[in-house]
Design a protein around this ligand. Structure first.
Ligand SMILES: CC1=C(CCC(=O)O)c2cc3nc(cc4[nH]c(cc5[nH]c(cc1n2)c(C)c5CCC(=O)O)c(CCC(=O)O)c4C)C(CCC(=O)O)=C3C
Ligand SMILES: [Fe+2]
Length: 337
């Protein structure tokens, strides 16, 4: 029995005074250098200290509510975040006060790995521990290869290509993570590297759907001390390499992200675009899938899988897990710590 759906996301600041406290929440205990924090604070302050992520999640919730009604599923949708208000702890308390006994959780990350999956389980466990008699919370699965996700990403590529009107190299990008975190991504017996494997697989599926036999997969937004290895190459270094080898234009598809939040509007729409301009190569950025009606429909399909035993539609050759109850990770030692 399910009484509600909780959309669980990263959270972002909604004004200049929020920026530093938000960044302190994100990086607590993670050894991100102060200089990097100050640099990232500037990105947010450039936009008045407001990340679009909360607004985009509220729009997604409205679309999901409409799709739930259309599917005959009568579930209220709640909103909670890891790093900024509405914080998931407060939301779970409100769900309890509203009489919710059992709810499903849609986390706005498609992926395996610590940041993309396990940390959301930890958020669920932390929120439940803070609320006496908290509702049971079951996280929905990773959706990196859901046909509706892949179709929305592919159509974003096609639409971007049409605005460029000349041949271009397709470049997929996702958030970099420390290689050590990637090595530990997935259940211990799944061979490791499940974060990058799922990203590469999602890129393969979307490229095929959009009709691109050739493309690249690169990484963005790395932080942490420079001596710690992260997934590479970085998108900006990759643009240098492409320009050097004669590529005249790129279509950049942020397959790693659901919506146009700060990592997309600053790191891609500003930094990467600027570098492309310096290099004299054409640059278009494909839309993220979150605002596509098929994305909300996918969320409802994931809910229906749990509520009514609907079949799990999946295209990928890499495994997917991600589901667990009350913050229990998918397997013992899953995705490192
Ligand atoms: C895999 C992954 C996703 C995708 C999965 C998912 O969507 O969950 C993601 C999403 C996001 N990351 C975001 C923002 C930030 N990420 C940071 C830092 C980090 N991200 C990491 C990984 C990921 N991050 C990692 C390994 C770090 C290092 C510190 C740590 O180990 O935690 C920092 C600190 C400053 C910096 O280091 O850049 C910020 C501000 C925002 C919100 C943007 C907005 O506000 O609009 C979103 C959606
Ligand atoms: Fe991040």
């Amino acid at each position: 029995m399910t009484d509600a759906l909780l959309l669980l996301s990263f959270g972002g600041p909604e004004g200049p005074d929020d920026v530093i406290p938000f960044l302190e929440n994100v990086t607590r205990g993670r050894g991100v250098p102060r200089a990097r924090l100050d640099a990232v604070a500037e990105h947010y302050l450039h936009f008045g200290g407001v990340s679009p992520i909360n607004r985009l999640n509220r729009e997604l919730i409205a679309a999901v509510e409409a799709e739930l009604r259309a599917a005959g599923l009568d579930l209220p949708v709640y909103f909670g975040n890891r790093n900024w208000h509405p914080l998931v702890e407060d939301t779970v308390a409100r769900m309890h006060d509203d009489g919710v006994r059992s709810a499903l959780v849609f986390a706005t990350s498609a992926w395996a790995g610590y940041s993309g999956c396990r940390q959301y389980h930890e958020d669920i466990a932390r929120a439940r521990a803070a609320v006496p008699n908290a509702p049971e919370l079951r996280k929905l699965r990773q959706f990196y290869d859901h046909p509706l996700f892949v179709a929305a990403v592919a159509d974003g590529i096609t639409a971007a290509a049409a605005t460029l009107g000349r041949p271009a190299r397709l470049v997929f990008t996702a958030h970099s993570v420390p290689t050590r975190a990637d090595d530990q991504a997935g259940p211990p017996d799944a061979g490791g590297g499940l974060y990058h494997r799922q990203v590469v697989e999602a890129a393969r599926l979307a490229a095929a759907a959009a009709g691109y036999p050739e493309y690249d997969v690169v990484w963005q937004s790395r932080s942490g001390p420079p001596q710690v290895p992260w997934l590479a190459p970085d998108i900006v270094d990759h643009l240098d390499a492409l320009a050097a080898s004669g590529t005249g234009a790129v279509i950049v598809c942020p397959v790693g992200f659901v919506s146009d939040h700060m990592e997309v509007i600053w790191d891609l729409d500003h930094e990467a675009r600027l570098r492309a301009a310096e290099l004299g190569i054409g640059y278009v950025r494909a839309a993220t899938p979150g605002a596509d009606p098929r994305f909300a429909r996918m969320v409802v399909e994931l809910v229906a899988e749990q509520c009514s035993g609907g079949s799990a539609r999946r295209l990928g050759a890499e495994p997917g897990w991600g589901s667990g109850t009350d913050g229990a990770i998918c397997a013992l030692h899953c995705c490192g710590a």
